[in-house]
Design a protein around this ligand. Structure first.
Ligand code: PLP
Length: 396
C-alpha cells in the first residue's frame, strides 16, 4: 500500500506516528499571518523572551573562534560538568559528568533515546493523560504502547487515582513516564504523589523517565521535586531536561539526559549513530546559560506568574468555561462547556476569531473537552487573545 500522498510504501510503524498536532497549529497560524490575517497565537509552547545575553555572547564567541566542528557525542565536558553541578545543586542528585550525562538535540532526542534504549516491541509505558503530544509517537517508534492513566479535574486540581495507576501495571509494563510540571494541564506533582509513583516503580521494577523540562516554571511558592532525588530512585530514573523553556532557547535545540551509566552509554550509542553530537557552539552558550542565567530565569518566571494571574482573572469573566489554575508551566487547560469536540471549537476560534489554541483531543482521549492555551506570549498578545475568546464564548 502506498502512503496517503502516493509514492513508496511507508513502513508500518508510521501508522502510529502522525504530524504533531501542536506544531501543525503553530504552522497554520504562521501561514494565516503571512497571508496578512491578524492571528493571535496562544498555541505555541515557546517563551517570547530573548535568550539570556551571556549565552548568546558565548555562542557567538565560539563561532568566531572557529568552534564549529564535531565535538564529543556525550557533549562538551564543560557543559556536562555544568549540568552535573546544576543537578546536584538544584535537584539534589549526584551524577558523574563523564559517564552519566548525555547532551542531546533538544529534550526531544533525550526522550526518544531513553525510550528506544528501554522499551522493547510489545512493552508498555504508563503515563498520564492528557499527555504531551510526542510521547505516544515516540513509544510507537520503539514498537511499544503508551498507556495513559487519566488525570481528572477534581477538587480544584488535576489528580490521578492511585488504584487506577496500580491497575495499569501489567507484566509488559517497563517504564513510567512522568512529566512534571505537566504539559498540558499545568499540574505540579506533589512529593506525596511522586513518592507513591516511586513506590510503584520499585515494587514492579519499572524505570521512570522523568521529563522535568518545566521544573523552574512553578507558581504560588511551589517547589519542584525531582523523581531521582527520592529514596532508591536514582538508579531507576532517567532524568530529561533541556534549555528550551527555562532559558528561552527553543531554536538552539539543546537538551540532556542523566541516568545510570548503562542507560547513558546506550543513549550515547544512539547519539553517535544518529546526530553525532548536539551543535558545538550552541553548547558553549548553554554553559553560560547554566552558570550565569539564573537571574534571567527568575525574571522570566516572574513575568509568567504575572501573565498567569491576568489570565486567571480574565477567565472568571468567561461564561461556562472552567479553568483549574495551572500550578506550573505556561499552559492553561480550560474545560469547554457543552460537548462540541475540541477540534471543532479550535477550528471555529481560528476561523471566526483569528485566535489559535490547541484542541485538548490532540493530547489523547482524556484531553477531549478541553483547550490548551499558552501564556508564553506577551501580555498584550495574551490580552488580545482573551478578548477574542471571551467574545466567542459570549456568542458575540
Ligand atoms: C513536556 C515536554 N517535554 C519535552 C519538550 C521538548 O523540548 P525541546 O525543545 O528541548 O526538545 C517539550 C516541548 O514542547 C515539552 O512540552
Amino acid at each position: 500500500m502506498a502512503g496517503e500522498l502516493g509514492g513508496p510504501r511507508l513502513a508500518a510503524r508510521m501508522a502510529d506516528v502522525r504530524e504533531s498536532g501542536t506544531v501543525e497549529l503553530m504552522d497554520r497560524a504562521r501561514q494565516l499571518r503571512a497571508r496578512g490575517q491578524d492571528v493571535v497565537s496562544l498555541a505555541g509552547g515557546e517563551p517570547d523572551f530573548d535568550t539570556p545575553a551571556g549565552a548568546v555572547e558565548e555562542a557567538v564567541r565560539a563561532l568566531r573562534e572557529g568552534f564549529t566542528h564535531y565535538v564529543s557525542s556525550r557533549g562538551i565536558p564543560e557543559l556536562r560538568r555544568a549540568i552535573a553541578g546544576k543537578l546536584q545543586r538544584e535537584n539534589g542528585v549526584a551524577y558523574d559528568a563523564d559517564t552519566e550525562i548525555v547532551v542531546t538535540v533538544g529534550a526531544k532526542m533525550a526522550l526518544l533515546s531513553a525510550i528506544l534504549v528501554l522499551v522493547e516491541p510489545g512493552e508498555e509505558v504508563i503515563s498520564f493523560g492528557p499527555a504531551w503530544v510526542s510521547y505516544q509517537p515516540m513509544v510507537a517508534l520503539a514498537g511499544g504502547r503508551l498507556v495513559a492513566v487519566p488525570l481528572r479535574a477534581e477538587g480544584g486540581r488535576f489528580a490521578f487515582d492511585e488504584a487506577e495507576v496500580q491497575r495499569a501495571v501489567t507484566p509488559r509494563t517497563k517504564v513510567l513516564l512522568v512529566n512534571n510540571p505537566h504539559n498540558p494541564t499545568g499540574k505540579v506533582f506533589s512529593r506525596d504523589e511522586l513518592a507513591f509513583l516511586a513506590g510503584l516503580a520499585r515494587e514492579h521494577d519499572l524505570v521512570v523517565i522523568a521529563d522535568e523540562i518545566y521544573e523552574h516554571i512553578v507558581y504560588d511558592g511551589r517547589r519542584h521535586v525531582s523523581m531521582a532525588s527520592l529514596d532508591g530512585m536514582r538508579e531507576r530514573t532517567v532524568t530529561v531536561n533541556g534549555f528550551s523553556k527555562a532559558y528561552a532557547m527553543t531554536g538552539w535545540r539543546l537538551g540532556y539526559l542523566a541516568a545510570p551509566a548503562a542507560v547513558a552509554s546506550a543513549a550515547l550509542a544512539i547519539t553517535q549513530q544518529t546526530t553525532t553530537c548536539a551543535t558545538s557552539f550552541a553548547q558553549k552558550g548553554a554553559v553560560a546559560a547554566l552558570t550565569t542565567g539564573g537571574g534571567a530565569v527568575a525574571a522570566m518566571v516572574a513575568e509568567f506568574a504575572r501573565r498567569r494571574q491576568f489570565l486567571l482573572e480574565r477567565f472568571r469573566a468567561i461564561p461556562g468555561v472552567e479553568l483549574i489554575p495551572p500550578e506550573g508551566t505556561f499552559y492553561a487547560f480550560p474545560r469547554l462547556p457543552g460537548d462540541t469536540p475540541s477540534t471543532e471549537v479550535a477550528r471555529r476560534l481560528l476561523e471566526e476569531k483569528q485566535v489559535a489554541v490547541v484542541p485538548g483531543s490532540v493530547f489523547g482521549e482524556a484531553g477531549e473537552g478541553f483547550l490548551r492555551l499558552s501564556f508564553s506570549c506577551s501580555l498584550g498578545e495574551l490580552c488580545r487573545g482573551l478578548d477574542r475568546l471571551e467574545a466567542f464564548f459570549r456568542g458575540g
